[in-house]
Design a protein around this ligand. Structure first.
Ligand code: GAL
Length: 426
């Protein structure tokens, strides 16, 4: 049974909802009776990210054979294209059945705009309050209500390095630099050996590099204070952080602005054309799927100066107000939140399960270490991936960071970042 054929035979909207497996309200929509198609909006459109999504869809197909998954993905890492397409669709009253949103400040944007259904009763029915860690539940909850279901937890402060390139420069891959100064010294050696030390791509990956350098320079408390107003953007410590960012940029590939996305930058490390790439652990999925072996071909370590800190982000999925098939949305959310869904998705995505009861034995070496780190590290929120600040703040700061790449005027970036923070901080 398809929604289109239902539409032809049933005129009343209420009847349509209940025929799709729903009751008369979203609250009553029943996933076990859902039929039709479920349109899911993400930015996992290609490469290793699509492999992750496909793994989740396989479980969805097994759990809900009567439903058809409708892939509404819009390409562009970190949602660089998708978020504006989604905003336009929501504004014009054309929501999907579910969309990807980062836990934290980004989710808050949709809640403030009254675009999301409250999923508190769904959480109770599926016993999700017991399944997810409190840190994560806190970032999903607003005024006692909860608005999305997390599929995974990613880490944004990881350096991925090519073993051969490090060895050629006389560096020990198993002995990562302890802080930024030691890392810069290593990068000088790599430069001397004739290889690009640090791979980076266009704007959002530069923002993620900037975020890592802020965290390494200011420490977790100072970094988090940038987003809640307790760290002064005009302070000498922030000047030092921007100087460090400038220095880091001096080690990067000169064509950075022309690299379309994170994939090509990570590829430079895979190919030995660059030594390091600071990237979220979705890069682990790419290394693994391209057949590279950890320890032999590549190594990973927390960005120097951030050991013991987990720069956190989580993808989560929503039930938008006005979703065409809310019972189908709940079916999707049920798959995402299930042990099987989290196992299959995260094994392919490089992330770790948001649930705490997913057996870890089938995960690779990197993911096992990330599960361990998440339980013991200090957790901070990622800037580039929607956890720390609302989308409007991120967009303005991204423009300032991107502009910096040309003249590299430290004072100008500091001033812009300070006035943007003043505008948005509450
Ligand atoms: C993040 C997202 C990750 C991954 C990454 C690169 O924002 O949370 O799942 O997709 O972008 O595209």
């Amino acid at each position: 049974m398809r929604r289109v054929s239902l539409l032809a035979s049933v005129a009343a909207a209420g009847l349509l909802l209940s025929a799709c497996g729903g009751g008369s309200s979203v609250e009553e929509a029943n996933p076990t009776e859902a039929t039709g198609s479920v349109g899911v909006f993400t930015w996992w459109a290609d490469g290793s990210e699509k492999v992750g999504l496909d793994a989740l869809v396989d479980i969805f197909d097994e759990q809900y054979p009567d439903l058809t998954f409708d892939n509404l993905a819009v390409a562009g890492g970190a949602g660089s294209q998708a978020k504006s397409v989604l905003a336009a669709n929501l504004k014009s009253g054309n929501p999907p059945d579910s969309f990807q949103a980062h836990a934290g400040a980004e989710l808050q944007d949709y809640i403030n705009a009254d675009q999301l259904e409250d999923l508190s009763s769904f959480y109770e029915e599926a016993q999700l309050n017991e399944a997810f860690p409190q840190d994560l539940l806190d970032r999903l909850t607003v005024d006692g209500k909860i608005y999305s279901v997390p599929s995974n937890i990613h880490r944004a402060n990881v350096v991925w390095a090519n073993v051969e390139v490090l060895e050629e420069a006389g560096l020990d891959p198993n002995n990562p630099p302890a802080d930024l100064d030691a890392w810069f010294a290593d990068m000088d050696k790599i430069k001397e050996s004739g290889t690009t030390p640090l791979a980076v791509a266009g704007t959002w990956t530069q923002v993620q590099l900037f975020e890592n350098i802020l965290l390494a320079t200011l420490g977790p408390e100072g970094y988090s204070g940038l987003w809640d107003g307790t760290t002064d953007w005009k302070s000498p410590e922030v000047t030092e952080a921007i100087e460090n960012y400038k220095k880091a940029l001096s080690y990067t590939n000169s064509d950075r602005d022309t690299l379309s996305d994170w994939g090509p930058a990570t590829q430079l490390v895979e190919d030995g054309a660059a030594a390091y790439n600071v990237m979220g652990d979705w890069a682990e999925a790419k290394f693994a799927q391209d057949g590279l072996k950890p320890g032999t071909d590549y190594v990973y370590f927390p960005t120097p100066g951030t050991d013991g800190v987990f720069d956190f982000l989580a993808d989560s999925f929503t039930l938008p107000k006005g979703a065409p098939n809310p019972a189908g949305s709940k079916a999707w959310l049920t798959t995402i939140s299930s042990v099987e869904g989290q196992q299959a998705f995260n094994a392919a995505k490089g992330s770790i399960p948001a649930r705490t009861d997913v057996p870890s034995d089938e995960f690779g070496e990197y993911q096992k270490s990330a599960i361990e780190d998440f339980s013991s590290d200090t957790i901070v929120s990622s800037l580039a991936h929607g956890a720390a600040v609302p989308v409007a703040w991120l967009n303005e700061l991204s423009t300032a960071v991107s502009k910096f790449g040309g003249p590299q005027d430290v004072a100008a970036l500091q001033e812009s970042a300070a006035s943007i923070a003043e505008k948005f901080a509450q």
